[in-house]
Design a protein around this ligand. Structure first.
Ligand SMILES: [Zn+2]
Length: 70
């Protein structure tokens, strides 16, 4: 028996129509994909390890790019 994939955010089983909307995989929808992104974002900045000025500039630039994509 094939185990159907589940959205890691809302646990919706991804099958049929959802599976065909492959642009959001492994998530069921754009909403869940964004939720995952912001969870990652929060986790990253919860790490209490100071970044150097150069790293901060690089991270800020990456985040700007990501925000434009969303
Ligand atoms: Zn979902």
């Amino acid at each position: 028996m094939i185990k159907l994939p589940q959205c890691p955010i809302c646990k919706t089983t991804i099958a049929g129509e959802l599976a065909r909307q492959s642009e959001f995989l492994p998530f069921c929808s754009e909403r869940c994909r964004r939720v995952d992104f912001f969870r990652w974002f929060d986790g990253k900045y919860a790490i209490e390890e100071p970044l150097g000025p150069l790293q901060l500039a690089e991270e800020a630039e990456k985040l700007e790019q990501r925000r434009d994509e969303l």
